[in-house]
Ligand binder design. Structure first.
Ligand code: NAP
Length: 327
């Protein structure tokens, strides 16, 4: 089995979780970390046992040993950092959202394709065992036709203009940060909508504190997505089908539940993936590379671009603006 040398760009919150997850994979070498600050890079490297650390992203990119880069900077910088990695011949797993606008996602996809390098948006839910079980049940026809979906992702994060999540310059706002998940689920299962209605509550910085979206599809079906930093509504996606409901939800202890509601039967299956399950997306990257594939069939670039286009539309409808970035 070939082992791949990973480089992590950035040393923030999700970079810590991802590094912990990489440690679970025999074919992943924790090779290098790059930070804007050499001290932070050194601390991160010693916490997780990386071989090398660099005090700038450019230095890490110049290391010929690095094969795959995980981009964990704020979304405002995904375009710049992904292009930097690709131009240095590295494969890339880029955190979600892949970019602020669809135009930027298209640019990133073009660069990867023209260089024959791997690129995937780190949309981790489809790789979770609970999500895959839900897909299997839906595909089996046991629940009948999918009629409606409702997804939400909300947690309380009080307003603080210093937080990344409330900074427009860093791409803050609930839609791009967490609303992307229910929107992703709806697009995966119901396709592209015919019409979109959206409304947001904007925080004083202009970043959306909460966003609600209603999608209508050409066959008459509808779906709703909600994201918020203003309450503890939690995380769930409901699939309302002809014969019953399937609910994917996450407990406060981060266990993943797959609830199957049928007229005479309710089944709650609990999944507790180690390291919160981030290892599955990394395993997908390496399995694609093993097969010589430059895109994942589960999260292809065409899907990331469609998702970015729909998010552009939602932003326009809801009045969310990123100065200088609007498409
Ligand atoms: N998949 C998930 O479940 C998940 C969860 C949380 C976040 N995310 C995504 O991951 C990305 C990062 O989120 P996070 O919560 O980890 O953010 P964070 O804690 O603020 O970390 C971001 C890191 O990016 C680097 N960075 C580079 N340029 C920066 C800039 N101009 N300002 C601030 N930091 C900069 C910094 O590392 P250095 O200073 O070391 O260079 C910083 O520690 C976001 O795109 C977010 O959507 C995904």
């Amino acid at each position: 089995m070939k082992a791949y040398n990973w480089g992590i760009l950035g040393t923030g919150n999700i970079a810590h979780k991802f590094a912990r997850a990489l440690m679970l994979l025999d074919n992943a070498n924790l090779y290098a970390v790059g930070s804007r600050d050499a001290g932070r890079a050194a601390d991160f490297a010693s916490e997780f046992g990386f071989n090398r650390y660099y005090g700038s992203y450019e230095e890490m990119m110049a290391d010929p040993g690095v094969e795959v880069i995980y981009i964990s900077s704020p979304h405002s910088h995904h375009l710049e950092h992904t292009l930097l990695a690709l131009r240095n011949g590295k494969h890339v797993l880029c955190e979600k959202p892949m970019s602020i606008t669809a135009k930027e996602s298209i640019r990133m996809a073009e660069e990867a394709r023209s260089r024959g390098l791997f690129l995937m948006e780190a949309l981790w839910p489809p790789f979770q065992p609970s999500y895959q079980k839900a897909a299997e049940i839906l595909d089996s026809g046991r629940m009948g036709r999918l009629l409606h979906m409702r997804g939400k992702f909300a947690f309380e994060s009080p307003y603080d203009p210093e937080l990344r999540t409330y900074s427009l310059a860093l791409g803050g706002g609930s839609l791009l940060d967490i609303g992307i998940y229910p929107v992703m689920d709806i697009l995966r299962y119901m396709g592209e909508p015919e019409s979109v209605v959206a409304s947001s509550v904007l925080s004083p910085t202009g970043a959306d504190e909460s966003t609600s979206v209603i999608f209508r599809f050409s066959d008459g079906r509808m779906a709703e997505a909600y994201s918020s930093f203003a309450n503890m509504a939690g995380v769930s996606t409901e699939f309302n089908c002809e014969k019953g409901n399937l609910i994917l939800t996450r407990g406060r202890d981060r266990t993943q539940h797959l609830i199957i509601e049928l007229p005479n039967d309710t089944d709650d299956r609990i999944f507790t993936p180690p390291a919160q399950g981030y290892q599955y997306e990394a395993a997908e990257v390496m399995s694609c590379l093993d097969r010589g594939q430059t895109e994942s069939a589960v999260v292809p670039l065409s899907f990331s671009i469609t998702l970015a286009k729909v998010l552009d539309l939602v932003r326009t409808r809801a009045g969310i603006r990123y100065p200088g970035r609007d498409s």
